[in-house]
Write a protein that binds this ligand. Structure first.
Ligand code: GTP
Ligand code: MG
Length: 345
């Protein structure tokens, strides 16, 4: 098992859904910190990435023996803003994702960005789950911090359970209307045929162990072949954001999904005109388990291997395009890589 871990990259999981339905809160809960409180206003202005190592996931699931069962090194979550202005970012996140989580506020049901998220995932044929969030807001709900859904559900009164069922099956109905056969996750036998829906609270952590287990299971079952990658191959990624940073000048935040990037590597980056050819001045990683967009002290690193979020400092990247490919190259492969980048814009 152990050596397999080196050959499978971390699956990229995109968290999508309507504004304020609880995407960032869910990720905070998974990470075990709460940065959502520091957000200005309700809108998440930027896209970020959070790497959660397998050990932490296993710990959250409450069974350490699980560590040997899974051969992915962890999960890399991408948070996408739900505000309508960010459609292109969501679409780019969707195209990058190996897996996705669509967050629906169980008390509000489907909203425009819920439907849009489902359409993006349909278009890219991305396996995903739906979580019906904020179950703790159901009237009379008794919180059992961090417990699995079934465990907390059994401890609710029949009245609360009935109220839950009503709201939950409204969402299942909404999913049918969008062309999905869906059911509560514990009743799904084949996740390829039926969409699994997990009731959760990002706030209290209820149902989160189920989310992590199902995501790992999906990664293991449906992605294994696509997660093999060439650790020594060229670094291949997508630009999420072009950003000015104090003392660094223009930087780009990149999600690397294949190969390795090293300091000093020549990279080709997509933009509206001729692709940019430049040299990586610095690779910067945020501290473990913190978000790119909240990082103030970047840590320079000599190299980084997929999948990961990384900030790159390099000359002449002002015109880099969010959503564009970035690929490292040698002088021999330069022309081919330029053509590839052009074709992917
Ligand atoms: P955008 O990034 O703006 O699209 O929103 P978001 O989907 O990231 O939502 P966010 O996590 O910022 O949560 C929105 C509001 O809902 C915040 O006030 C959260 O505290 C609250 N919230 C999120 N999840 C829960 C939950 O499970 N229960 C309760 N009671 N409140 C929640
Ligand atoms: Mg958010």
């Amino acid at each position: 098992m152990a050596e397999d871990k080196n050959n499978l990259r971390t699956p990229i999981v995109c968290v999508m859904g309507h504004v304020d339905h609880g995407k960032t809160t869910l990720l905070d809960q998974i990470r075990g910190t709460r940065i959502v409180k520091g957000e200005a206003g309700a809108i998440t202005q930027h896209i970020g990435a959070t790497e959660v190592p397998i050990d932490i996931i296993v710990e959250k699931c409450g069974d350490k023996r699980l560590a040997d069962k899974f051969i992915v090194p962890g999960l890399l979550f991408i948070d996408t803003p739900g505000h309508h202005a960010f459609t292109t970012l969501r679409s780019r996140g969707g195209s990058l994702a190996d897996l996705a989580v669509v967050v629906v506020d169980i008390n509000e049901g489907f909203k425009p960005q819920t439907i849009e998220s489902l359409n993006i995932l349909k278009r890219f044929k991305t396996p995903f789950i739906v979580v019906t969030n904020k179950i703790d807001r159901i009237q009379g709900w008794k919180v059992h911090q961090g417990e699995s859904f079934l465990s907390t559900y059994k401890k609710q009164t029949p009245e609360v359970q009935a109220l839950f069922e009503q709201k939950f099956y409204d969402v299942i109905g909404n999913l049918y209307e969008q062309g999905f056969s869906a059911d509560r996750f514990d009743r799904v036998t084949d996740f390829q045929k039926t969409l699994g829906v997990i009731p959760i609270s990002g706030m209290t952590g209820e149902g989160i162990p189920d989310v992590l287990m199902i995501l790992l299971g999906l990664a293991q079952r449906f992605l294994e072949s696509s997660l093999h990658y060439d650790i020594n191959g060229p670094g291949v990624g997508t630009v999420l954001e072009v950003k000015e940073e104090k003392g660094l000048g223009t930087t780009i935040d990149v999600i690397l999904y294949d190969g390795t990037l090293r300091k000093g590597d020549t990279v080709v980056i997509g933009c509206l005109g001729e692709p940019i050819v430049t040299k990586i001045r610095a690779l910067l990683k945020p501290r473990e388990l913190s978000e790119i967009r909240y990082e103030s002290k970047f840590q320079p690193i000599p190299e980084i291997t997929a999948a990961a979020g990384v900030k790159i400092s390099a000359p002449d990247i002002e015109n880099a395009l969010a959503g564009a490919p970035i690929i490292s190259t040698t002088p021999e492969t330069l022309n081919g890589v330029i053509e590839r980048v052009k074709s992917e814009i």
